[in-house]
Design a binder for this molecule. Structure first.
Ligand SMILES: [Zn+2]
Length: 168
């Protein structure tokens, strides 16, 4: 009765062994590449989410102040606008520096409708959206807030009674 073969009896074809080793290495390389690409994809998504969050915060912090001023103006009724832009208690002391506020523009309503009485002094620099500014407009009855892109504002500024200073 022949003895059953042991590992020592197995003949290994050196070329087949090399092909198998190359195949295993190729699989490993592909796995490493897939892992690296997956990690890069996750990193890109995280960076995009961070940028989108920062953009949203940048615009919404300003909007809170603009909405606060619009409410205050609408409560005034037809009275003259205050000399200083109303700011919420939560707003930092420097919040007024963020805006170019021209209360006297409200008097231009007979010639310009709607007329802008307030605009962000500089465009908000944003990562994922076109940069833009908030406006406070007066239509003769009510004040309202609007977000406009910088290119749109440049085209409308004169018609809204605004004289924008260019950033240096
Ligand atoms: Zn702003």
């Amino acid at each position: 009765m022949p003895a059953s073969p042991t590992l020592d009896d197995v003949q290994i074809d050196p070329q087949a062994a090399e092909r198998a080793m190359l195949h295993v290495m190729s699989l490993r390389r592909r796995r490493v590449l897939r892992t690296v690409l997956t990690l890069l994809g996750i990193l890109v998504v995280m960076v995009l989410i961070t940028m989108a969050t920062r953009d949203a915060q940048n615009v919404s912090l300003c909007r809170v102040q603009v909405d606060f001023a619009v409410d205050a103006f609408n409560r005034l009724g037809s009275g003259d606008l205050p000399l200083l832009l109303p700011k919420s208690a939560a707003g930092p002391a420097s919040v007024r520096d963020h805006f170019a506020y021209t209360p006297t523009n409200a008097a231009l309503i007979e010639k310009i409708r709607p007329v802008a009485v307030c605009v962000c002094a500089q465009p908000h620099p944003l990562f994922l959206r076109a940069q833009g500014r908030h406006l406070i407009l007066f239509d003769g009855q009510r004040y309202s807030a609007e977000w406009v892109t910088e290119s749109e504002l440049q085209g409308r500024a004169e018609r809204l009674g605004l004289h924008l200073r260019q950033r240096r």
